[in-house]
Design a protein around this ligand. Structure first.
Ligand code: ZN
Ligand code: ZN
Length: 634
């Protein structure tokens, strides 16, 4: 019997072969498999001509199976320890898994410890996960008294339902799962939270336990260390401690207030951004924040993006708070006739938009309702495409690398070749656009992942995702073609032969949004901003009152040089002042004692590095200015 292992390889097996035998044959530590697109248990029996892809923990789908199976182990432990609890559901999530239980009181730390201990025993017993198919009536009998499971069974449309058993525990589940509990070598229960059954605010409250698991102890330890580090770097916490920004539920969730120190960082980035764009032939524009509904009907957003938009009446007419900047830039383009000689036109704006996000998904600065995109729209001719894309990729890389991001993951999202009819724009448009994206990536020697079917309906795009030291990915730059809006707004230019031609439109954002980018930067630097971005660059610390005047003199001098400087002349011990400045992550401290005052020098301390010795003020100034100019990162 022939089984396809990959696109290239076909292997011969005796009939009745199971997935696990193929996995063994390939020498893979399989957790599950994909057979013709469907994820199945290792026990799954193969048929002639099946195409198999073995999944290990390294595959995203494999992780899901692994984590989900661990949720069953946890549920078994909870069921055995707390028989009064009723079972909800236990899916995998992006990192780990959870299981919802109905119970009056939340689980305590101590109870979590007991559950972990019981889980260890279940893992050690190496119980098989056994799949079983039964009729709905049988399933209703099995789960008698389990109100939530009963509800789920009643909602299933098929006549047969699948159960999975391990030891004395049984769960209602479609699967697949690991073959044995013993594969879950390392796990940890991380937290508990209340959660509504099925997310319905009027429904019962469940007690949700979150956990994570791995095939090896070392993986778990690494993960927990990273988790600790991520907590330490959490931008919400650092934003509060460093007085950068705040969010106020009473003023509106998902809306960011930039405090002076956060605003300094944003301002510097915005100035840098503007200067670099002007250098590269972009023109800055501004557009109003509200526009008549009519504009959004023309753009299509009124129908297709409705649930994300805020509406407001003005003199009996409906207006929309802009969720995007594109229609505004199109209005400027269309304000006069454009000739082939005018192109490319590149309009750039730090454009603030508002989008109605559900309160449940809001998260600090990373997921908000009001944000400022570093937006630009490029209008160009077909023959200018590739050069424009190259220009955007170069600028994106330059910007991201300036902030210290060196590792990216690049995704190229293209059409689903099976369903070409779903997309706006002609076949030729799509081909040319994709060619220009691929060619630009190749010219710059950038690796990318081609994702078929992941393009939005109006054009292909490139996403540059940033990787941080903890292995997390962050949304960075997006370069997006649009074949839809030029059509809807009839955006054209007059060509050499006097005919009106459709213009090519590209949306692009390099940093994404100021909120998300700076929120990410806070975590990337752990709050310790490089000198050019640091809200306070230097703190001057006189040791006693006698050095106060000298301190003031230096403060004035640095201030005049454009340095962001503070004088800490409080009556505190010098050690205390240094500690505070270190906590505030100030890059440089100047300690002033008798020796410095008399010699006209400063004793320099650098954040984390400590004492740099004495310098005359002029050379310290030179050093700072050079470091700022070069945007050094240390
Ligand atoms: Zn399951
Ligand atoms: Zn746009």
């Amino acid at each position: 019997m022939k089984v396809k292992i990959s696109a290239r390889e076909i292997r011969d097996y005796p009939s009745e072969v199971r997935v696990k035998e193929v996995a063994k044959d390939l020498g893979l530590r399989a957790v599950a498999a994909q057979v013709d697109g469907q994820i199945v248990d290792l026990d799954h029996r193969l048929e002639e001509g099946d195409g198999v892809r073995i999944l290990t923990f390294e595959d995203p789908e494999g992780k899901k199976v692994f984590w989900h199976s661990t949720s069953h182990i946890m549920a078994q432990a909870v069921r055995e320890l707390f028989p009064e609890v009723k079972l909800g559901i236990g899916p995998p999530i992006s990192q780990g898994f959870y299981y919802d239980f109905r119970r009056r009181a939340p689980f305590s730390e101590e109870e979590l410890g007991q559950i972990e201990k019981r889980m260890q025993e279940i893992v050690k017993a190496n119980l098989p996960f056994q799949r079983e198919e039964v009729s709905k009536e049988e399933a209703l009998m099995v789960f008698r008294g389990e109100d939530f499971k009963i509800q789920l069974i009643q909602e299933i449309e098929d006549e047969r339902v699948t159960l999975y058993r391990q030891g004395g525990y049984v769960d209602l589940c479609r699967g697949p799962h690991l073959p044995f509990t013993g594969m879950v070598k390392a796990f940890k229960l991380l937290s508990v939270a209340g959660a509504y059954w099925k997310g319905d605010e009027k429904g019962p409250v469940m007690q949700r336990i979150y956990g994570i698991s791995f095939p090896e102890q070392g993986d778990l330890e690494r993960y927990l260390k990273n988790l600790e580090e991520a907590k330490r770097r959490d931008h919400r916490r650092l934003g509060r401690e460093l007085d950068l920004f705040s969010i106020h539920e009473e003023a509106g969730a998902g809306l960011v207030y930039w405090h002076p120190k956060g605003a300094v960082i944003r301002n510097i980035i915005e100035d840098f951004w503007k200067a670099e764009h002007i250098k590269r032939g972009y023109q800055l524009v501004y557009i109003p924040h509200i526009a008549k509904a009519h504009l959004w009907r023309t753009s299509g957003h009124y129908d297709f993006y409705r649930e994300n938009m805020y509406f407001l009446p003005v003199e009996g007419e409906e207006y929309v708070l802009k969720p995007m900047n594109c229609p505004g830039h199109i209005i400027i383009y269309k304000s006069r006739k454009r000739s082939y000689r005018d192109l490319p036109i590149r309009y750039a704006e730090l454009g603030t938009v508002y989008r109605a996000e559900r309160s449940g998904v809001l998260h600090g600065m990373l997921r908000v309702r009001g944000f400022t995109q570093d937006d630009a729209h490029i209008f160009c001719r077909l023959d200018q495409l590739e050069e424009e894309i190259l220009g955007v990729i170069d600028l994106a890389q330059f910007m991201l690398q300036t902030f210290g991001y060196q590792d990216y993951q690049i995704d190229l999202s293209v059409r689903d070749p099976q369903h070409k009819e779903k997309y706006a724009g002609s076949d030729q448009d799509w081909q040319r656009a994709e060619e220009s994206l691929v060619s630009a990536l190749q010219k710059r020697g950038l690796d990318y992942r081609r994702a078929e079917g992941e393009a939005v309906f109006y054009g292909p795009k490139i996403d540059i995702k940033l990787l941080d030291a903890l292995g997390r990915t962050w949304q960075g730059s997006t370069i997006q073609f649009d074949f839809n809006l030029p059509q809807r707004f009839n955006i054209t230019y007059t060509d050499r032969d006097n005919s009106e031609k459709k213009v090519i439109m590209i949306h692009r954002a390099l940093l994404g949004a100021m909120e998300r980018f700076i929120g990410g930067l806070i975590e990337f630097y752990g709050g310790a901003f490089p000198l050019w971005l640091a809200p306070v660059q230097v703190v001057i610390m006189p040791i006693t009152d006698s050095e106060r005047d000298y301190g003031e003199l230096i403060r004035k001098r640095l201030f005049e040089e454009g340095i962001r400087v503070e004088l800490d002349d409080r009556n505190e011990k010098i050690g205390h002042k240094i500690r505070e400045a270190e906590l505030q992550k100030v890059p440089y401290m100047l300690i002033l004692g008798k020796r410095e005052t008399q010699g006209g020098t400063v004793a320099v301390r650098q954040r984390r590095k400590g004492d740099l010795g004495q310098l005359v003020l002029d050379s310290f100034c030179e050093r700072l200015k050079e470091e700022i100019e070069q945007k050094q990162i240390w």
